[in-house]
Design a protein around this ligand. Structure first.
Ligand SMILES: Cc1cc2nc3c(=O)[nH]c(=O)nc-3n(C[C@H](O)[C@H](O)[C@H](O)COP(=O)(O)OP(=O)(O)OC[C@H]3O[C@@H](n4cnc5c(N)ncnc54)[C@H](O)[C@@H]3O)c2cc1C
Length: 498
């Protein structure tokens, strides 16, 4: 392919441009990004998962510089409040929890010990959550093994500043930027041939990347690939977002608080807090949602309310003919586990591994679509698990969940877990077993039985070891700087190794 055309200048557009231009910068391949000056970006999307750090490394972007420019803070996981029942909370950590004991996943030993009097919760053995609870943060040095080596981290950032950062990066790599709206898509033999702009220019290309957000200008409006609507599994379809004054304690985690008709996010940035309420229009109107959000924000409101509609699901094909959909044009899963920006990266990085040559190869396209289907479906199941295990019945929304039909793949996973605490082995699932165990333990799911191999180890010895480990982790936080201190040290390049 000699010329790639990207339509859209949101997070998806500029992230795609950055990845593509980084790989192809020493070739003659042309990359053009067309962005409408009149159609706003979605303007949200501020919490990530650890793959964002891998992307920065892949692009050779300095973490310090990125954090400084994009108003970023660190994220060690998510605190889920009121999801099981009101006045209860649990954590989803980044990084591992506990580590294997005598070849068995930690969860089995922990649950046996917990049943036999151990007081510590499952995620008390997550170094990331021990730091998060104490508002502490540091990045363990690769060559220095310590109790926190297995923690992991991601970022919260300002979506608009990130798009601007990646734009700068892409322009330096030679990406051409056209600020104009696409008014028509011209096809030739089922493929996209060129785009007509509102200033009457015609832009031709060999391959087209649709980053036009919910407009899905190329993949749907032109190629009509179809959309799988998953709202039968995930009924939330609206969000209202507001920015408010910064939270001075700067927690190194996202908060997700369940409410009557959905859930609310709280994302701390260096200079402000991002807030939003995600709800279902079947159960709640916009005004009620807006009022609930306003009643719950800390500090002064900085922006007007921004209402967003969406339909949970994914395109039938993310790659079709000479068009790839990236970002919201490819589908959307509610931001409960901050997975959309990851999906942008995953789509582009998988595409880079399957880059088409001059002609398109259908088997490659089919394999790409198969992999992306699995990626989306695994994330969907993980999100559904947060809701369907809830004991809440205090509203029509939560009562709906009590009898909701869940995907067969999730049913199979939960059935297997409930028998002996085992999980279906799936290397393509974004969320590793420690993540699943954290949610299942957090939602008070107790398997009927445990893996019999657990009984080979002495319960007393393992229990004492876990008690000591939980205490050691807790005591070691004394040496760790606060999240705020660490950010300052990083920005001023004075990070101390621990
Ligand atoms: C409520 C909500 C909360 C979210 N929170 C998170 C989160 O915490 N973490 C996370 O990972 N993700 C989150 N997301 C998802 C995240 O916001 C998106 O994945 C990300 O912003 C990418 O959006 P985009 O670039 O695909 O679309 P957009 O930002 O909508 O950009 C679309 C672009 O296309 C351009 N365009 C459209 N039509 C035309 C045209 N005719 N001609 C030229 N240009 C055109 C527009 O000008 C714009 O530049 C959230 C999404 C929602 C809805």
């Amino acid at each position: 392919m000699k010329k790639y055309i990207i339509v859209g200048g949101g997070t998806a557009g500029w992230m795609s441009a950055a990845i593509l231009s980084n790989v192809l910068k020493h070739t003659n391949v042309e990359i053009v990004l067309i962005e409408s000056p009149n159609i706003a970006t979605v303007g949200v999307g501020e919490a990530t998962i650890p793959s964002i750090i891998d992307l920065l490394r892949y692009l050779n972007i300095s973490l310090e510089d990125f954090i400084k420019v994009t108003d970023s803070t660190f994220k060690l996981g998510i605190k889920f409040v009121d999801w099981l029942r009101v006045d209860h909370h649990y954590w989803h950590p980044f990084g591992s929890v506990g580590g294997k004991i005598d070849t068995l996943p930690f969860f089995h030993h922990w649950s046996l010990c917990y049943e036999n009097g151990l007081k510590s919760e499952y995620t008390d053995f997550s170094p990331a959550i021990v730091m998060a609870k104490n508002n502490k943060f540091f990045i363990p040095q690769g060559n220095k093994a310590n109790l926190f080596s297995s923690s992991d981290y991601a970022l919260h950032f300002d979506a608009i500043k990130v798009a601007a950062y990646l734009k700068d990066f892409s322009l330096k790599n030679g990406v051409e930027h056209i600020s104009c709206e696409v008014s028509a898509v011209n096809k030739d033999n089922e493929k996209i041939a060129s785009l007509k702009l509102t200033d009457n220019r015609i832009v031709t290309g060999d391959f087209f990347i649709d980053c036009s957000g919910q407009h899905a200008l190329l993949i749907e409006k032109s190629l009509n690939v179809g959309y799988q609507d998953w709202s039968e599994y995930l009924p939330v379809d609206r969000a209202v977002a507001i920015q408010s004054e910064k939270n001075t304690s700067l927690p190194p985690y996202t908060e997700s608080i369940a409410h009557e008709h959905g859930w609310r996010w709280k994302i701390p940035l260096q200079s402000r807090t991002g807030n939003g309420y995600v709800y279902s229009s079947r159960f709640c109107d916009d005004e009620t949602a807006y009022k609930l959000l306003l009643d719950n924000i800390d500090g002064e409101q900085l922006t007007k309310a921004h209402f967003i509609k969406f339909t949970t699901g994914k395109r039938d094909k993310i790659w079709h003919q000479n068009c790839l959909a990236v970002g919201l044009s490819s589908g959307f899963l509610e931001p409960l586990e901050s997975t959309s920006i990851h999906l942008i990266m995953k789509t582009m990085l998988t595409f880079m591994q399957m880059l088409p040559s001059e002609s398109l190869h259908q088997a490659t396209i089919d394999e790409f679509n198969r992999l992306m289907d699995i990626e989306f479906e695994c994330i969907r199941d993980f999100i559904v698990a947060h809701y369907c295990l809830s004991q809440r019945t205090d509203s029509n929304f939560w009562q709906w969940w009590q009898t909701a039909e869940i995907p067969c793949s999730l049913k199979q996973k939960l059935n297997l877990f409930m028998e002996q605490g085992r999980l279906v082995n799936n290397d393509l699932d974004l969320f590793a077993s420690d993540s699943w165990y954290s949610i299942l333990a957090g939602m008070d799911q107790k398997p009927k039985d445990i893996d019999p191999l657990c009984h080979i180890s002495s319960l007393q010895v393992v229990k004492e070891m876990l008690q000591k480990r939980a205490l050691a982790l807790q005591h070691s936080t004394n040496k760790i700087p606060s999240h705020q201190e660490y950010l300052q040290q990083l920005i001023f390049q004075k990070v101390k190794t621990i």
